[in-house]
Structure formats: structure tokens, C-alpha cells
Design a protein around this ligand. Structure first.
Ligand code: ATR
Length: 279
């Protein structure tokens, strides 16, 4: 029951109406009988929002699009991981001091490591945006060999240099992907409404590969369908979301996340929605 001792956590973003975090966190609080509550706030003025949230003693904040970069300016401390990735998706209010970190990379890494080991594996990383940075960070922690592919080659080259990756290519030069162990799509290609598009053609996928598409609306993207057709291993995008939110839950509460409870909420919502959803 909500009372004067309830700890408030929230997500800020714009838009934020399609976020699944309130349902996932609140269901987990209820399951574990924690006196916590989680709300979503649509925020345009990040600086003022943070002042307000801090003043009210909000316990923790999840940050989503488009604020993950801008918010870094207003925090008291940012850890090494979020600094390297260049984005904060999680803020903890430590007695009035705001501490920023990032759990996106843990979500991606946990999802992949459910299926395969990563050390020494050749990974084709499709895309060079914010999501690619989180995935690249996790992969290099595990000593995978990462080859980045991007529509805009300059961004791929920049990412390669910054993260000391093994290769950078344009999207017109995809043939080497057939020699890789793992393919990770971090581009938005295939997301609703463009559900008939895949970032790579069917021909370069084979049964020895693992294909991870971080797009989760729809759950079975064209790329995942291709991977199934070629009998490759698959990792669904919703797993990255689940494990990233679970890690946030643990940072917010100090308790282990009830994964099944959170996963049920996620899967139920993914089935019933025809539009992109957020974590
Ligand atoms: P996010 O934070 O979700 O990673 P982002 O930073 O906007 O979002 O990055 C989107 C990524 O998807 C980029 O790598 C982008 O390629 P460009 O750098 O060339 O823009 C890629 N992307 C988006 N639409 C694409 C398309 N139609 N074909 C290929 N790549 C696309």
C-alpha cells in the first residue's frame, strides 16, 4: 500500500507513454512486498525535472530517449561505464547526490550470454548509434572480436577507433558477415511499421551463427525470421530490455529482480501492441 514511507522511482523520457517500465517495476515491487512505487514522467526540460525530482527525494530514475546524453550534464557523479558508452540510463539518488550509470550494456550482454560464450568470437555489429555503443562496450569486456557495419561509414570508423574494434565497413560491404560467429543488429531497421525490412539479406546468415536483433517490436522481426529459416541460433530483443530493467530494479531496491514476473508483463504487452514500445 502506498503511504508516507513509500519510495518513489520513475522513468523520464519524451514520449514515455509507451514505456513498459512502470508495469514491470510495480509488478516486481508488489511481488516482493516492497514499499516502492514507479511512475512515468514525460519530460522536456531535463534540468528542471532533475531539480524537482531531487528536491522531492525521488529514490531512482530511469532515463530514456531522448535524454540519455543531455542528462549527463546535470549529475553529481557518472561512473566509468556510462562515461565510456556516452549515455546514462539509470540514476540513483544518494542522499541528494545524483549518481549516473548505464544498464543497457548489461541487458545486451546477459541476453547474448544465455546463448553463447563471447571470448574470441567474431561479432558483426550492425549500426553505430547509442545502442551500438552499449553493445560494443559489453562485447569488448568479454574479449570478443567486433566488426562494425554502418550505413554511414564515418560513424563506423569513429566507433572502431573509440572502442578499439577489429573492423569498420559500410552497409554496402556485408559479405564478410557470413564468416562471423555472431550478428547483432542495433539499427532500427525492421521495427514497426517497417516489419518487412531486414538490415542484412537472408543469404549471409548460416546455421552456425547466433543472430541477436535488439529490435523487439515486433518480437519476430524479419531478421529473426531469416535466422530461423537458416536454423541459426536466435536472441530476441526483448531479452536485452528485460535484463536491463532487471538490473535497474536491483540497483533501485538492492533486491534480486523477480525475472519471471517482469518477463510476463513484457511478453503480454509485446503480444498485444502494434506499436513500438520502450523499456
Ligand atoms: P540508437 O540510440 O537506438 O542506437 P541512433 O543513435 O539514432 O539510435 O542510431 C541508429 C542506428 O541505426 C544508426 O547506426 C543508423 O545508421 P546511420 O548512422 O547511417 O544513420 C542506423 N539506421 C537507421 N535507419 C537505418 C536504415 N534504414 N538503414 C541502415 N541503417 C539505419
Amino acid at each position: 500500500m502506498i503511504n508516507s514511507k513509500t519510495k518513489l522511482c520513475c522513468i523520464i523520457g519524451n514520449p514515455v507513454e509507451h514505456s513498459l517500465s512502470p508495469q514491470m517495476h510495480n509488478a516486481a515491487y508488489e511481488y516482493l512486498h516492497l514499499n516502492y512505487a514507479f511512475l512515468a514522467f514525460r519530460v522536456t526540460d531535463v534540468k528542471s525535472a532533475l531539480v524537482g525530482l531531487k528536491t522531492l527525494g525521488v529514490k531512482a530514475i530511469s532515463v530514456t530517449i531522448p535524454h540519455k546524453l543531455e542528462i549527463m550534464k546535470y549529475l553529481d557523479k557518472i561512473d566509468e561505464v556510462a562515461t565510456k558508452i556516452g549515455a546514462v540510463n539509470t540514476i540513483i539518488n544518494n542522499n541528494g547526490k545524483l549518481f549516473g550509470t548505464n544498464t543497457d550494456w548489461i541487458g545486451a550482454l546477459t541476453a547474448l550470454e544465455e546463448k553463447t560464450t563471447l571470448s574470441g568470437k567474431k561479432v558483426a555489429l550492425l549500426g553505430s548509434g547509442g545502442a551500438a555503443r552499449s553493445v560494443a562496450y559489453g562485447l569488448i569486456q568479454r574479449k570478443a572480436h567486433v566488426f562494425v557495419f554502418n550505413r554511414t561509414i564515418d560513424k563506423a570508423i569513429k566507433l572502431k577507433q573509440e572502442f578499439d574494434l577489429n573492423g569498420a565497413s559500410a552497409f554496402t560491404d556485408l559479405s564478410s558477415i557470413s564468416t562471423m560467429d555472431i550478428i547483432v543488429n542495433t539499427t532500427s531497421v525492421g521495427m514497426i511499421p517497417d516489419i518487412d525490412k531486414s538490415p542484412i539479406p537472408l543469404q549471409i546468415i548460416n546455421s552456425k551463427q547466433i543472430v541477436f536483433d535488439i529490435v523487439y517490436t515486433p518480437n519476430d522481426t524479419k531478421l529473426i525470421q531469416y535466422a530461423k529459416e537458416k536454423k541459426a541460433g536466435i536472441v530476441y530483443g526483448h531479452k536485452m530490455l528485460l535484463y536491463g530493467v532487471a538490473k535497474q530494479f536491483e540497483l533501485f531496491t538492492g533486491k534480486e529482480a523477480p525475472l519471471d514476473i517482469m518477463k510476463n508483463i513484457l511478453i503480454t504487452n509485446l503480444r498485444s501492441h502494434g506499436q513500438p514500445l520502450l523499456g
